[in-house]
Design a protein around this ligand. Sequence first.
Ligand code: ASP
Length: 506
Amino acid sequence: MQTKVFILYTGGTIGMGPKDIHDPFSPLEPKSLEQLLTFVPGFGKKKDISSYRSPEARKLAKGKIPFVELDNGNIILFGSGAFEKPVDSSDVGPKDWKKMANIIADVYDDYDGFVILHGTDTMAFTSSALSFMFENLNKPVVITGSQLPISGMRTDAVLNFVNAIYIAGHEATDLPLIPEVIIAFADKIIRGCRASKVSTSDWAGFDSPNFPLLGTIGEHIKINTNYVRESSKSKFFVKTDFEDNVFIVGLFPGFTNEQIKKLFEDGSIRGYILRTYGTGNVPSNTAFLNTIEKAIKEHKMIVNLSQCSVGTVEMGLYEASSGLMERGVLSGLDLTPEAAITKMMWILGTQYGKGKEYAQMQINQRGEQTENLFDLRFGEVKKERPVSTFTAETTPDGRLNRQKISDSMLRISNLGVKDIEIGKHVKVRVFMNMPSADFKTPDEEKRHIATIDFVWTGKPETRMKKITYNTQNVIGEGDIILTLVCESKKVRIYFSGLFIALYAKA
Ligand code: ASP
């Protein structure tokens, strides 16, 4: 049996060898793919044709196509491409991602799997970017590199390279298909948009902080097929537009609004990843929150991403993150920083539909996050026209799978009460899919999903409530209707926004 693997060499440590092959200490320079293959035992062409076991291999040995005859008798044929000038991955950016994607797209139909040799420094950005660019992938794209050059006596390059070829040539090596962009490095097989570089020098330089490994590499290569994404039946194509005008802002205790303001006022930048503390918290500094609010009003996308590498952002869990949620900051959930920034660049570059990009950013595209977040909006009530009952409906994004709802949060922004004394108790009941609810509807009604209970301070405040349990029971199939009911006609409320944030398993 024969399978075909295409190797794309872009640069990085893996492909380095001494300039003078007789002097291992001469400066390192990028080597050609043919030279690289000579460092891999068994991969160079054998001089003695009769040492190939199968007649097929003996025939191939007379031709020009590089190939390897595996221990199981199967054959992998190689095709290859390379960047004209191999680069250190610190120099790789959106232009190079496009170049890689287009090279693969050009030969996609002719090969069964792909290996990309890449520097380790920005490999996880490339693997994330390619994951987003490839639509309907149904073949493996395996990215690897190494901590030490392939020419060295002690090197991880040979093993990483051969393992990547084994995974890409899955039909010949009898491994399950992984129709995804992945990083295979040392003993780990990681989904490309879940990977992060975690060590400058350990053999195991990469990890998958928020998702199980797709496989492990040891004496045997084991694939965790239950975590591997399904192969697409639709036609493969690439979407290569990226918005380069994005930025990552990292907070630190002691930062001032003056420092940060300048960054958010830059008119050319369209999106920011805001690296926050813990579950997505920021200081309650009003000037800073105003800066964020102003940027959002100027249609900039701001995504809250934790500085912790493990875990997820949970905006609204603490007061310290409610302010961001309130102002329209999106959640980066459990994305890696590499996936977050490349997803933002890709979404801002490719989603031309007005407003759609905000929803897309919180929805899983390629398995890069564990949950989807849908922000349902139900409008506002102006202070001049307060109401004692309110009903509105909204149509959720078609990708919301209602059976998979894991959490939901109700939020009423700047909820105020008209013409009542300060210190008075106010109770607003919320009903889902029951537009007929009124003052007399009993609390026990199952569509009664929350009660907002508070003491009026004279100042409108944002109120939030977890409503998971009830939502699942009453959400139904169609549009979602919310009804707010005050205690009596005499109590009249107003608010600047009514929202439900629905989390559903991706
Ligand atoms: N600086 C190199 C690169 O990323 C490091 C490596 O490949 O390990 O290209």
